[in-house]
Design a protein around this ligand. Structure first.
Ligand code: HEC
Ligand code: HEC
Ligand code: HEC
Ligand code: HEC
Length: 129
């Protein structure tokens, strides 16, 4: 049998641990937003594998969300959308390019600027298979 004191101690400890748990959960919320790891596109020109995680991760290329999700302010990164929400697959103009052109411009444009990664003329470096 447990003594009254032991029971009190056990309850006290249980409540204390529960509190610690709640406080820790509130202070360190689990890493949201779920972002894609890798994205596969299958245009007729050949499949493109985009390594989202490596591009964005601080241990990868460390590029800021807003450099690609270019309409978002820093406190809006968790609202990142697909480009097609604004870049129509079939229609575009100089200012708001259509989806395919938007990809080419952003992907290859940044590689050009960085002096790293496939540039526009390196079709087969992105379009493998
Ligand atoms: C190098 C460019 C780049 C960087 C950096 C980047 N993303 Fe993305 N992200 C993309 C592209 C491209 C897509 C796919 C868009 C499409 O297919 O229309 C995407 C898709 C997403 C999606 C899925 C959207 C949907 O509804 O389909 C989320 C969520 C997302 N990114 C969040 C983030 C967050 C958060 C960060 C920063 C931690 C980030 N991204 C950094 C380029 C990038
Ligand atoms: C919420 C709407 C929206 C989303 C989502 C969006 N764009 Fe745009 N994009 C625009 C608008 C509006 C413009 C024209 C004005 C400007 O440059 O900001 C534009 C312009 C561009 C341009 C031309 C800019 C230049 O310098 O010539 C590129 C390239 C581009 N977007 C790529 C992308 C890519 C890639 C994605 C997805 C990762 C994306 N956009 C997501 C609205 C959007
Ligand atoms: C804002 C800058 C930026 C944008 C936008 C960007 N990249 Fe990159 N990308 C890089 C950098 C930096 C590297 C690293 C090159 C190195 O270190 O060798 C890279 C490397 C790559 C590589 C070669 C290594 C690998 O990961 O396989 C591919 C392929 C690539 N990017 C595809 C894409 C595609 C597809 C898109 C558009 C959906 C894109 N990138 C958009 C900056 C960017
Ligand atoms: C930096 C990577 C990259 C390079 C380099 C690249 N592409 Fe692409 N390409 C893409 C991505 C990403 C898409 C979007 C795929 C999708 O929307 O399904 C795409 C889409 C396309 C499409 C479909 C366009 C549309 O409007 O739907 C064609 C055609 C194409 N590329 C041809 C080429 C040719 C030709 C070259 C060389 C001159 C080239 N690409 C170089 C990444 C690249």
């Amino acid at each position: 049998m447990f003594s009254k004191f032991e029971l009190k101690l056990a309850y006290g400890l249980a409540i204390w641990l529960l509190l610690v748990g709640v406080i820790c959960y509130a202070a360190f919320p689990p890493e949201t937003p779920d972002q894609p790891i890798r994205l596969l596109y299958t245009p007729a020109a050949g499949k493109v594998l985009f390594d989202h995680q490596t591009h964005q991760s601080p241990t990868g290329y460390g590029i800021s969300c807003g450099d690609c999700h270019h309409t978002l302010a820093e406190d809006e990164y968790d609202q990142a959308q697909s480009c097609v929400e604004c870049h129509d697959p079939n229609e575009g103009d100089e200012e708001v390019p259509k989806r395919g052109d938007a990809f080419h411009k952003q992907c290859a444009g940044c590689h050009e600027a960085f002096g790293a990664g496939p540039v526009e003329k390196d079709c087969s470096a992105c379009h493998v298979m």
